[in-house]
Design a protein around this ligand. Structure first.
Ligand code: NAP
Ligand code: GDD
Length: 355
């Protein structure tokens, strides 16, 4: 049985990855930080009593800003694989707390690598680093692959750039099996509620349920390459099973705008919308609601743009070329964009209809 340590186990990817590894018969340890209220909802379904002899999932308190807890934990568990997923992962929020983001998202990775080195576990432990397509920023090249130059555009992306190169440096300097997965956006019903996909699916459900009139958003013209988190955690695992440590782009190869996402999400409820105006004056109105069950009026404004959701510097388009992973890891995403959005809407509808 292999043992894995997942930092960020309480997040979207951590939860899917833990489930995936448990199915592969791993013993899974997760690092969770202390919070004043429960932060383990995403893993409730796989959590079992620690005193149960068959239990293979254990959570440990720790923090990416606390080297001592990381060293102690890695020493105690001595895992075969570390998946470093913990991060302050919201790009827009990173402009408000840049120093904290550097501490967690950049130095946190250094702390993990140093812990492995100090403990002389370089030969034993393989490390996966949650790198990101945000590294590309406003890249000159579309689509982006492993050779595309990085041009980060936010404190989040700059911190992740530090981590990216630290992983490469420790691989080259100390021969550690350390890899970057450069993952493009991936979503799911467990996506955090302030990321644009989930913000939209929840708001549209609330609009059709008559609980909310409209949704306020930022840049409607940004484009992203959205995949499903379930497909992407499989890629993380495959990256660590490859014969040598390398860096990998993981993406669907298709991009959509925020407007596309809105149009598709409303169409799930048989509501047609139309966009009017530009920039901060842009909005969407209802042109047709084919389902009489919903109290939606023709011409009702359902989307408005607000400056507060714009970023000081935006990444306009991300589109990934994951040919390398498809060829060498035999990885292909199973989910289509439409299925992903439908799954998120259905899940939010079931959650919100009785609230
Ligand atoms: P997420 O849902 O925001 O989860 C982040 C996790 O990190 C949570 O478990 C969070 O704990 C934990 N965390 C934050 N600060 C911490 C700290 N100081 N110490 C310990 N744990 C801390 O993010 P995600 O979508 O699962 O993404 C996982 C990783 O992949 C992140 O590193 C993200 O930057 C990266 N990534 C994500 C995407 C994407 O599209 N999802 C794409 C590329 C890369 P709490 O639950 O307590 O907040
Ligand atoms: N969050 C949010 N809220 N985004 C909005 C809004 C809004 O109201 N309106 C427009 N957007 C636009 C953003 O400006 C951005 O261009 C796009 O929607 C996607 O935003 P997010 O869903 O917040 O994701 P992200 O692309 O910034 O970052 C996510 O993906 C990265 C990988 O490319 C995060 O998961 C990062 O952690 C990850 O590294």
């Amino acid at each position: 049985m292999k043992t894995a340590l997942i930092t960020g186990i309480t997040g979207q990817d951590g939860a899917y990855l833990a489930e995936f590894l448990l199915k592969k018969k791993y013993i899974v340890h997760g690092l969770k930080r202390r919070a004043s209220s429960f932060n383990t909802q995403r893993i409730d379904n796989i959590y079992s009593d620690p005193f149960n002899k068959k239990n293979r999932l254990t959570l440990h308190y720790g923090d990416m800003t606390d080297s001592l807890s990381l060293i102690e934990l890695i020493k105690k568990i001595c895992p075969d694989e570390i998946y470093n997923l913990a991060a302050m992962s919201h790009v827009n929020v990173s402009f408000s707390i840049p120093e904290y983001v550097a501490n967690v998202d950049a130095l946190g990775t250094l702390r993990i690598l140093e812990a492995v080195r100090i403990l002389r576990l370089e030969k034993k432990i393989k490390i996966y680093q949650a790198s990101t397509s945000e590294l590309y920023g406003n890249a000159d090249q579309i689509p982006q692959n492993e050779d595309t130059p990085f041009k980060p555009r936010s404190p989040y992306a700059v911190a992740k750039l530090y981590s990216y190169w630290t992983i490469v440096n420790y691989r080259e300097s100390y021969n550690i099996f350390a890899c970057n997965g450069i993952l493009f956006n991936h979503e799911s019903p467990m996506r955090g509620e302030t990321f644009v996909t989930r913000k939209i699916t929840m708001a549209i459900v609330n609009i059709v349920l008559g609980k909310q009139e409209k949704i306020y958003l930022g840049n409607l013209n940004a484009r992203r390459d959205w995949g499903h988190a379930k497909d992407y955690v499989q890629a993380m695992w495959k990256i660590l099973q490859y014969k040598k440590p390398e860096d990998w782009v993981i993406a669907t190869g298709k991009s959509y705008s925020i407007k596309d996402l809105l149009t598709l999400s409303f169409s799930y409820f048989k509501i047609d919308i139309k966009f009017l105006g530009t920039g901060l004056n842009e909005k969407a109105i209802v042109v047709n609601c084919k389902n009489p069950k919903y109290q939606i009026n023709k011409n009702q404004v359902v989307v408005e743009v607000k400056k507060r959701y714009y970023r000081p510097s935006e990444v306009n388009e991300l589109l990934g070329d994951s040919s390398k992973a498809r060829k060498k890891l035999n990885w292909t995403p199973k989910y289509q964009f439409k299925d992903l959005v439908e799954e998120m809407i259905k899940s939010d509808y079931n959650k919100l209809k009785n609230d």
